[in-house]
Each structure stands twice: as structure tokens, then as C-alpha cells.
Design a binder for this molecule. Structure first.
Ligand code: PLP
Length: 460
């Protein structure tokens, strides 16, 4: 990308500090500046069209041009642009959205606490678990179980739950007591000759052994994404989640389903926990909750969790936690309208109906010389590259080849993202069969161009 003096490009380089970016490289390359959206597509400043096959950041369910959400925001801005929910105050949008979430989530999950982001939501969950266990007179029950390659956010506590090196290195994380267990990804982590059932059994044994070693009286919660997203789209092995749930129940450990990506139809079911057959104590949602038109996250919990917290607030006089923007009326109005659209247009059903076409078309790339494994469910998938299909040896440095594929894909008019060696896809829930065929075609061309490049450079 060229740098033009006095242009947005030059200004961005001069003044903006980008998240998840090599800043020195950015100073050379400059930004890709997006201008507008239309359905599943976005357009850059030069007018180039892209299918947004990551839905922004796994989040824009209704596409990039839903005027009903703009109208909902505008109406709310005119009526009551801001109010909070501290100390018994309330407003209609947050009441209605909480009611809607209680209705949509599995039976028993009835109480909703709003934050502005997934990271804040997971921080809040950690604090709730600590507050709860202190209230119950078991102050030592504070540790969390998470998994390697988990993504739960980037604040000091939620970033500690995340299990990715880039989020820990030089940030002095983890900073809270957390044990990261093996990633439930059969293709990468199974031992020689191990069946999927044996792999699941080994992971569950690891979980239970860890609990016994640490002491069940010290473990507050287990947190996991039903399908792991930002760590590289990992689909759990058969029987994993019901096994995790049983162990949590046995040792009185809170089970937290982080559905920030999975929620609202992404996996082909309403929630990932429903797809994988378990009932958590807490569901964390965000992203598709408002299609990311406004920042909002919601923690939905059962009465067991709520009652202990509520009792402790009665004892202490308050729940000393909350954000200025918790349950922001404009964000909640947009969220409510977004969920109405998802239901009216049966977008969750659309994800389920298109799963076969989407996943099978991607599975066809499994034979491509650059590809190690293709995996996914619903409308979320990962295409993991490997230098050697048999030994599963990755290209070095990590992410370099997948980065090439992503760059060629952008050139072909397809936005995807790589997480190390995995090319992730997560298109808006409004995609059509034609969009999906076009995603396959553009990705196929990007893979072929990366292969030609690899051969020319002697990388393969
Ligand atoms: C599963 C999961 N949890 C939490 C988060 C953090 O959300 P946020 O970026 O809104 O802080 C993310 C973000 O990608 C996520 O995928």
C-alpha cells in the first residue's frame, strides 16, 4: 500500500496505533482503509470489492448495510441517548434485551449482566466467581481452568485465561491463577495411533488429574469456547464437552461457555453448548449480539450463580462492579433489533442449512498441496496449512505461509484471517449459496497463487 502525503494513509501512519499489528511494518505498508459495506461485502477506499469472509472480527451476522440497526440506534439516541443501570436505575432497552437473552439461552439461564466487550465480560465472570466463593466462605476456591490456544480476551484477567503466546509474552501474563489444559484438537494433538475417543478420554483424565493435584477446593471455574475461534478454529472431539460438564459437576466447578463467537447460530445451533450437548452455569456472549454495530457483551447466568452473588451484595451493601457503559441504551436497542432480525430472517437456520455446502466446499481443499487439515461446523471453519501432510510439519516462521494466502485472498477480493498457520473463515450469517461458492472460488485461487509462490521461492 503506498503512502501518500496528506492522505488518510499518511495520517494513519502518523497518528494511529493499531491493535494486533506489527507497528514498524505498518509504518512501511500503511493501512487498508475500508470505506463502506453492502451485505456480506465491504469496499476499500479505492472501490475494490471484498467478500468479508470473517464477518469483520467473527461478528457481523446481519451484514454490513442493515439500516434497521442504524434506525434503532438513531431512535434511541433521540429518545434517551444515555442512561446507566447503577443503584436501581434502569431503562427499557436493557430490560427488554435481558428478557430476550433469558428467553433465547438454554433453560435455567435467567440473569443478565452487560459489559462493553468480551474481555470485560470474562473479567467480570472471574470477579463474579471470586465474589461468589468469598460469599460462600471458601476463599481458596479461586483458580481457573482454561485451554492452550483459548481466546477469552486481552485485559489482565481475561488475557490470563487466553492461552496464546502473543497475548502473554512481555505483558507479564498470566497474572491470575490459571491452568491451561491441552487444546482439544485431535488432528494436531492426538498421539500416534490414538483414536478420537481415546484422545477425548486422555484430555478428560488430564482435566481431572489437574483438579486433584491442585485441589478441587481451589478451582473456581472451567472456561471454554465450544468451538475454539481466534486460536485457530478447533472443533472439539466427540464426547469432550459432556465429559467436561460431568467433571465440573463432580467437583463443584463453575462451567463457563464463552460464546462470544459461537453464540446466535454460528455453529448451526443457537448456542455452541446446545450443539455439543452441555449446559453451562454461565454463557458469555458478544459480537453477533449486536453484529458489532455497537460494542456490547452479555453474561447470562443461572439462578445458582445469581443467588450467591445477590446474597453477598445484601451482606456487603452493594455489588461493587459495573461500567459506565454497562447496558448502554443505544447498544441494547441495536442488540434487540439485531436479534429480532436474526430471528425474523431465520439466520440461525440459514447457517444450519448452508453448513453442508460451506464445509464440503472447503473440505475439497484438503487435497491441496499446502493444506494439512480443513475443519469447522456451521459457518465457521479453519484451513490449516502444513509443509508436510503426513508429519504435519508447519511452515516456518509460524504463520508465514498462511499470511501469504491471506494476502493473495485479499487480492482476489476475499477477506479471511490467519491465526498462525490456520486460515480462518466465518462469513456473515446472511450469506447466500452464491456467496459461499464465490468464497470457495476466491480462496482456491489464493491457495494456488500461494503454492506457485512457494515453489518459485523454494519454500516447498
Ligand atoms: C471467545 C472470545 N472471548 C472473548 C473475546 C474478547 O472480546 P473483545 O475483543 O470484545 O474484548 C473474543 C474476541 O475475539 C472471543 O473470540
Amino acid at each position: 500500500m503506498n503512502q501518500r502525503p496528506n492522505s488518510l494513509h499518511a495520517s494513519d501512519i502518523a497518528h494511529s496505533m493499531h491493535p494486533y499489528t506489527n507497528m514498524r511494518l505498518h509504518e512501511e505498508k500503511g493501512p487498508m482503509i475500508m470505506s463502506h459495506g453492502d451485505g456480506a461485502r465491504v469496499y476499500d477506499m479505492e472501490g475494490k470489492e471484498y467478500i468479508e469472509a470473517l464477518a469483520g472480527l467473527w461478528s457481523v451476522a446481519v451484514g454490513f448495510s442493515e439500516t434497521r440497526l442504524a434506525d434503532a440506534a438513531y431512535e434511541q439516541l433521540k429518545k434517551l441517548p444515555y442512561y446507566h443501570s447503577f443503584a436501581h436505575k434502569a431503562h427499557e432497552p436493557s430490560i427488554r434485551l435481558a428478557e430476550k437473552l433469558a428467553e433465547m439461552t438454554p433453560e435455567g439461564l435467567n440473569r443478565v449482566f452487560f459489559t462493553n466487550s468480551g474481555s470485560e465480560a470474562n473479567d467480570t465472570v472471574i470477579k463474579m466467581a471470586w465474589f461468589m466463593n468469598n460469599g460462600l466462605g471458601r476463599p481458596e476456591k479461586k483458580k481457573f481452568l482454561s485451554r492452550n490456544k483459548a481466546y477469552h480476551g486481552i485485559t489482565i484477567a481475561s488475557g490470563s485465561l487466553t492461552g496464546l503466546p502473543a497475548n502473554h509474552k512481555d505483558f507479564d501474563l498470566p497474572a491470575i491463577p490459571v491452568v491451561h489444559l491441552t487444546t482439544p484438537h485431535y488432528w494436531r494433538w492426538a498421539e500416534e495411533g490414538e483414536t478420537e475417543a481415546q484422545f477425548t478420554e486422555r484430555l478428560l483424565k488430564e482435566m481431572e488429574d489437574t483438579i486433584l493435584e491442585e485441589g478441587p477446593e481451589t478451582i473456581a471455574g472451567f472456561i471454554g469456547e465450544p468451538v475454539m475461534g481466534a486460536g485457530g478454529v478447533m472443533v472439539p472431539p466427540e464426547g469432550y464437552w459432556p465429559g467436561v460438564e460431568a467433571i465440573c459437576r463432580k467437583y463443584d466447578i463453575l462451567l463457563i461457555s464463552d460464546e462470544v463467537i459461537n453464540g446466535f447460530g454460528r455453529t448451526g445451533a443457537r448456542f455452541g453448548c446446545e450443539r455439543y450437548g452441555f449446559t453451562p452455569d454461565i454463557i458469555v456472549t458478544s459480537k453477533q449480539l449486536t453484529s458489532s454495530y455497537m460494542p456490547l457483551a452479555a453474561i447470562v447466568m443461572n439462578d445458582k450463580v445469581y443467588d450467591v452473588i445477590a446474597d453477598n451484595t445484601a451482606k456487603l451493601g452493594t455489588f461493587g462492579h459495573g461500567f459506565t457503559g454497562s447496558g448502554h441504551p443505544v447498544a441494547c436497542a441495536v442488540g434487540l433489533e439485531n436479534l429480532n432480525i436474526i430471528e425474523e430472517q431465520d439466520l440461525m437456520g440459514n447457517a444450519a442449512r448452508l453448513e453442508g455446502l460451506f464445509q464440503e466446499g472447503l473440505r475439497a481443499f484438503a487435497d491441496h498441496p499446502l493444506v494439512g487439515e480443513v475443519r469447522g461446523v456451521g459457518l465457521i471453519a479453519g484451513v490449516e496449512l502444513a509443509k508436510d501432510k503426513v508429519t504435519k510439519e508447519a511452515f516456518q516462521p509460524a504463520g508465514s505461509m498462511a499470511g501469504k494466502v491471506v494476502a493473495f485472498a485479499a487480492d482476489e477480493g476475499l477477506i479471511v484471517r490467519n491465526v498462525y498457520e490456520t486460515v480462518a473463515l466465518c462469513p456473515p450469517l446472511i450469506v447466500t449459496e452464491d456467496d459461499i461458492r464465490e468464497i470457495h472460488a476466491r480462496l482456491g485461487r489464493a491457495l494456488d497463487r500461494a503454492l506457485d509462490w512457494a515453489k518459485a521461492e523454494g519454500v516447498l
